[in-house]
Write a new protein. Structure first.
Lengths: 159, 448
């Protein structure tokens, strides 16, 4: 399979649609096992794990997060939260079809709601994608919140 | 005058040994009295001195509802000043940290102050020549807090000019802070990055109570810790591969009641106490061999074993912080209103220890204390439900009776079954004392 720029962009749109529709188990399958889902706590944070991050989740933790969301005794998800990503057309910062390696930069507005509460986060997602057996997969994902250093209430789903 | 102002007897009546009236958690007047009295009379955590390593370095923070600046003066001592220009009230600094050089300069009219608060200069000073300016409180410069103490890097302050001394206030409870610092081969800690900042729509004391509440983890955290154990068991993890660090951290939350009963709770006078006297959820963390070597080199084998054998769980320093010695973590429960609390969770590097320990510490912080934490989500859900539920009329008391004995004496240290709510009782007895001690002109003796 030859990957086009549109394929890369479609993949990113499909990913946020999965999250918005609560198809978290499918979302897990987008990932390569060794990848990390990183959300820094500090503006322009360089180190993921020797200072605190909001998230720095490996395969095990991502699965735990999704299993928990689906669980029976997940009290903070009774009732469940919902989310919406509105994304800008991604920049493709690296496009190496031969090596099957791509890096994108996508601005998004993320809205999460539960009961009468709703909040908005502005963020930039950086994806490292790989082509494996003809499919695009997430090798790493970094989500930089515009107000990462602000005090938040619960952020329960996946910006 | 309201129901409680200038009425220490009415305030004291809200605290019985086995139950506490809901007004301590929901009433705006009580909250105002807490800010005015409780947070002035107690020793409150301000910051760590590694946050201001160089002369002129400062951080802005608060003691109760009072904005303060912690700053390193030219003599290298840490000063804590109220963050208000004595002229018109402008906050002198608003960024969370910075370096001000040799003096602060108010951005409004350029009054300047030494980093110990003393007034340095006023532009066009001749305008005050024929006034009684030197008689005015503004002439003294920025207001310092009543007292400051730097204990092995941890800076505490008492707003009130007079009151209990640092040593009398904390006494033997400092052993938990000391153990945390002693775990560094070089005997000191350094702050590791900015804190998590997590907003809670509940009273600050709910968070303090929860630190020694050992009957909730296996219930409230089943969705995260219980699911983690199940996932791990289903994963066919090879025996020779080290367990994921996250499992080491999260799995002990599902320990049975007996585990928490046997771990013990110790209370100290003035509202301090800790869980995990004999063992804790931190006891079975894997040890980095080179860390043990450097601790042995620094302290000798026996002392190193003694330091590392102490695995206290949560230590509450009344009124509003908790530390975890074995994971070098401090949580500050900052009151913002009767039903609003900002939780700042700091982690520290053990100077001289291998990075893998800091990695675990930072992981603990994000797994348990972050606004994105699967564990934190369920805690906050409980606090917010309680904050709303407490408004039910006809059931106005919060029960803290578990393992209450008929007459309890909180004036001496004591060790009890780890599921007792004695530490919550201990906190509220201290609360009743320190909030009333300066109320309505009564003296400490009169309040007792």
């Amino acid at each position: 399979m030859t990957v086009s720029r549109d394929d890369v962009i479609d993949f990113l749109y499909a990913e946020v649609r999965m999250l918005d529709e609560g198809r978290f188990s499918e979302w897990l399958d987008l990932w390569l096992e060794e990848g990390h889902y990183w959300m820094p706590l500090d503006y322009k944070q360089a180190d993921p794990d020797l200072v605190t991050s909001l998230l720095y989740e490996d395969h095990f933790m991502r699965r735990l997060r999704v299993e928990r969301l689906n669980g029976e005794r997940t009290f903070s998800q009774k009732p469940k939260s919902r989310c919406s990503h509105v994304i800008q057309r991604p920049f493709i910062d690296e496009f190496d079809a031969q090596a099957g390696r791509f890096v994108t930069n996508t601005s998004m507005h993320y809205v999460e709601t539960r009961l009468d509460e709703q909040f908005l986060l502005a963020l930039v997602a950086t994806h490292e994608l790989r082509l494996v057996d003809g499919n695009l997969r997430i090798a790493n994902k970094r989500v930089d919140l515009l107000n990462c250093d602000a005090a938040f209430g619960n952020i329960q789903l996946l910006p | 005058m309201g129901k409680y102002s200038d009425n220490p007897a009415a305030v004291s009546a809200l605290v019985q040994q086995h139950q506490v009236h809901r007004d301590t958690y929901i009433d705006a007047e009580i909250y105002a009295l807490e800010m005015k009295h409780l947070f002035a009379n107690t020793w409150v955590f301000v910051g760590h001195d590694s946050q201001t390593p160089a002369k002129g370095d400062y951080i802005t923070t608060q003691i109760g509802d009072q904005p303060v600046i912690m700053v390193r003066h030219t003599d290298n001592e840490i000063h804590v000043l109220l963050n208000r220009c004595p002229h018109k009230g402008t906050k002198i600094a608003i960024d969370r940290s910075g370096n001000t050089g040799k003096f602060f300069r108010c951005p409004y009219h350029a009054w300047s102050f030494k980093t110990n608060g003393c007034l340095l200069a006023i532009p066009l000073k001749k305008g005050y020549a024929d006034t009684d300016f030197s008689e005015s409180e503004a002439s003294h410069g920025m207001l310092p807090v009543g007292a400051v103490q730097n204990h092995r890097g941890f800076v505490f302050a008492r707003l009130a000019a007079t009151g209990i001394s640092f040593d009398d206030y904390f006494g033997e409870s400092l052993s938990s802070l000391d153990n945390m610092v002693d775990r560094a081969p070089e005997g000191r800690l350094e702050v590791a990055g900015p804190p998590l900042r997590y907003m809670h729509k509940c009273n600050w004391k709910m968070l303090v109570d929860n630190q020694t509440d050992t009957c909730h983890p296996m219930v409230a955290h089943e969705s995260s810790a219980g699911t983690a154990i199940k996932l791990f068991e289903d994963s066919d993890w090879p025996d020779d591969r080290p367990k994921p660090m996250a499992m080491e951290i999260i799995a002990p939350f599902m320990s049975p009641y007996e585990f928490f009963e046997e771990m013990g709770i110790r209370t100290w006078p003035n509202g301090h106490g800790h869980t995990g006297v004999h063992h804790s959820i931190h006891s079975d963390y894997s040890m980095a061999p080179d860390y043990l070597d450097s601790m042995t080199a620094a302290h000798g084998a026996e002392k190193a074993q003694e330091i590392l054998g102490e695995n206290r769980h949560n230590t509450v320093y009344f009124p509003n912080i908790m530390i975890k010695g074995p994971v070098q973590q401090l949580r500050n429960f900052i009151p913002l209103g009767p039903d609003r609390t900002l939780v700042e969770s700091y982690v520290y590097r053990l100077v001289g220890a291998p990075d893998v320990l800091l990695q675990r510490t930072a992981m603990y912080n994000r797994l348990i204390n972050a606004p994105t934490s699967m564990v934190g989500h369920d805690d906050l859900e409980m606090y917010e439900r309680a904050q709303e539920g407490l408004h039910v009329d006809g059931l106005e008391w919060i029960n803290i009776q578990r393992l209450h004995t008929e007459v309890e004496d909180y004036s001496a240290a004591q060790v009890e079954n780890g599921t007792t709510e004695r530490q919550m009782r201990n906190q509220m007895q201290a609360w009743a004392h320190f909030i009333t001690v300066s109320m309505g002109g009564t003296t400490e003796e009169a309040a007792q």
